[in-house]
Design a protein around this ligand. Structure first.
Ligand code: FDM
Length: 172
């Protein structure tokens, strides 16, 4: 059986990743392909609940601790991801380790190389689609500003970080 493809959509807040993930799933289904949608952070697990409280400003955590939680949140899904890929299911992933690095490294004193460490060894995407949008346009979209990282200046640094992480398997 052919292994499924691991396709990741990345980008700053409110660029339209979730919308495009759903469209991709529909497109694959229309062509009789199998696919499954994953989203990180996965907010329902134990780590996910802590992350959710942190993002909604109900909980304070140190930058390094929350970085490791985001990474652990991905590792919790590793076995399931491998099984699905092996069974021929295409995985469409709404944010992955690149978000982990781009957001954490936008914080004072957080180094990109240190941030990469915890995710080393996770399944490598076949394709990363980076949705790029002017941070001013993103900021004008509905709901912007509700969560911890939704501030224009911060998002600009996150965007610059994403572009530093770009590899051969990326499409911008
Ligand atoms: N985020 C997301 C991180 O800081 N690190 C990560 O590893 C991941 C996956 O969490 F602001 C940030 C990015 C965004 C927030 O938002 C999650 P969405 O709306 O659930 O994608």
């Amino acid at each position: 059986m052919m292994r499924g493809a691991l396709i990741v959509l990345e980008g700053c807040d409110r660029v339209g990743k979730t919308t495009q993930c759903v469209k991709l799933i529909e497109k694959i289904a229309a062509e009789n392909g199998k696919s499954s949608l994953l989203k990180f952070p996965e907010r329902s697990s134990l780590t996910g609940q802590l992350i959710n409280d942190y993002l909604s400003n109900k909980l304070e955590l140190s930058d390094r601790v929350v970085h490791l939680l985001f990474s652990a949140n991905r590792w919790e899904t590793e076995a399931q991801m491998k099984l699905l890929l092996k069974s021929g299911t295409n995985l469409i992933v709404d944010r992955y380790a690149f978000s982990g690095v781009a957001y954490s490294a936008a914080k004072e004193g957080m180094d990109i190389e240190w941030c990469r460490g915890p995710d080393i060894g996770l399944p490598r995407p076949d394709l990363v689609v980076f949705l790029d949008l002017d941070p001013r346009t993103a900021a004008s979209r509905v709901g912007y500003g509700e969560e911890r990282y939704e501030h224009r200046r911060f998002q600009e640094v996150v965007r610059e970080n994403f572009l530093k992480l770009k590899e051969d398997n990326w499409k911008v």
